[in-house]
Design a protein around this ligand. Structure first.
Ligand SMILES: C[S@@+](CC[C@H](N)C(=O)[O-])C[C@H]1O[C@@H](n2cnc3c(N)ncnc32)[C@H](O)[C@@H]1O
Length: 350
């Protein structure tokens, strides 16, 4: 292992520490001291190069801690304890890693962070609300574990305390601009399907725990609502297919035929495609939209997705933009709806 590799790991952790100081102080504090922690450095260097990202180490530790929440390290994790210890977490973190070195090495060698952000259902809800009333067939592309296929099974609360729906999963989303409510009503969804190149099997407890492990412990609310959403999905399983967003789109839509107006959703997926594949995706939607009425609700980042049909003023915006593209009688209409928090905590209507 070259010292260049070690220097890169140290630089990456220091950069991570700086960017997470406010939002994830626990990880920030540990990251800032990586250079003085040969155990952590060697763990990182044991991983394949592409897996040597700070969040991967933290997720691997968090995953083991979720499997055994009684470990002393848990008292520093705001998502795992009511009154987190505000002292220095480093000695317990190092002790934990030392005791579980082989498991951590195995995790770092084989896994990579994965997300399924339930808060994005609030954004999809706003998109659904733009469409004509009537039953919908929801196809979520890049669905991960399929959690965002439960838009109609969640409840949504705005800053004024108004709530739409009744559910064990309540998403809070503050809206700036009019209308102040997220939506007039919950959509009626008669068919639902998720498609992902690497879906998280909802029956695989370890896969679902990994999703939780990838959430930062300081984001306790985000963690709790993910746990609640996973439980809810356990009671209402959704269908998930392994497949590609371009190659399998037509097949997936055909599968939902007769179950309502087809609504395709994408959230933080298109940035994983090359520019060519992004263009191929939109071309495939175009082709399908010529032959049938179709809607596409998107919550994506414009600088990372050149093909996104955002209003020109938003093209360079560094964040998430929500929009809806419809095909009616073969005519395409693009509408940018809002600038949003990437996890759906707020949206500013345009
Ligand atoms: C950042 S996650 C977002 C997951 C989910 N849409 C959400 O908002 O919570 C991106 C997802 O896109 C999937 N993905 C990446 N490339 C894909 C492709 N070519 N076809 C289908 N899914 C893809 C990944 O496997 C991953 O589950």
């Amino acid at each position: 292992m070259t010292s260049d590799a070690a220097a890169k790991v140290i630089a990456d952790f220091r950069a991570f520490s700086a960017t997470t100081r406010r939002r994830a102080p626990l990880y920030s504090s540990i990251s800032s001291r990586i250079a003085d922690a040969p155990l952590l450095l060697n763990l990182m260097l044991s991983a394949p190069e592409r897996a040597r990202v700070p969040v991967n180490l933290f997720a691997a530790v968090h995953d083991l801690l979720l499997a055994d929440r009684s470990d002393r390290l848990a008292r520093y994790y705001p998502n795992l304890t009511r009154n987190p210890d505000g002292g220095d977490p480093m000695p317990e973190f190092l002790a934990f890693c030392s005791a579980r070195k082989p498991q951590l090495e195995a995790s770092l060698a084989t896994r990579f962070p994965q997300t399924n952000e339930i808060g994005r259902s609030a954004l999809f809800l706003v998109g659904f609300d733009q469409l004509e009333r009537g039953p919908k067939a929801h196809l979520d592309l890049g669905a991960s574990a399929g959690l965002n296929l439960m838009v109609d099974r969640l409840a949504y609360r705005d800053v004024d305390g108004g709530q739409l729906g009744e559910s064990d999963v309540v998403l809070e989303c503050s809206v700036r601009g009019e209308p102040h409510q997220l939506a007039r009503s919950l959509p009626g969804i008669d068919g639902r399907l998720g498609l992902d190149v690497a879906p998280v099997d909802p029956a695989d407890a370890a896969g679902l725990r990994w999703l939780k492990a990838c959430v930062w412990p300081d984001q306790a609310d985000r963690f709790r609502r993910l746990e609640a959403a996973i439980e809810l999905m356990g009671r209402h399983p959704v269908e998930l297919w392994q497949g590609d967003i371009v190659d399998d789109l037509a097949r997936a839509l055909d599968h939902l035929a007769g179950r309502g107006h087809p609504v395709v959703t994408t959230s933080w997926v298109l940035c994983y495609l090359t520019p060519d594949r992004q263009r191929a995706f939109v071309a495939e939607l175009e082709r399908l939209g010529e032959g049938r009425d179709l809607s596409w609700v998107w919550a994506e980042s414009p600088p990372l997705v050149g093909v996104l049909p955002v209003a020109p003023a938003l093209a360079g915006i560094d964040g998430t933009v929500l929009g809806v593209t419809t095909w009616r009688g073969g005519v395409r209409t693009d509408t940018s709806l809002a600038r949003c928090h990437e996890h759906g905590y707020w949206l500013h209507r345009l």
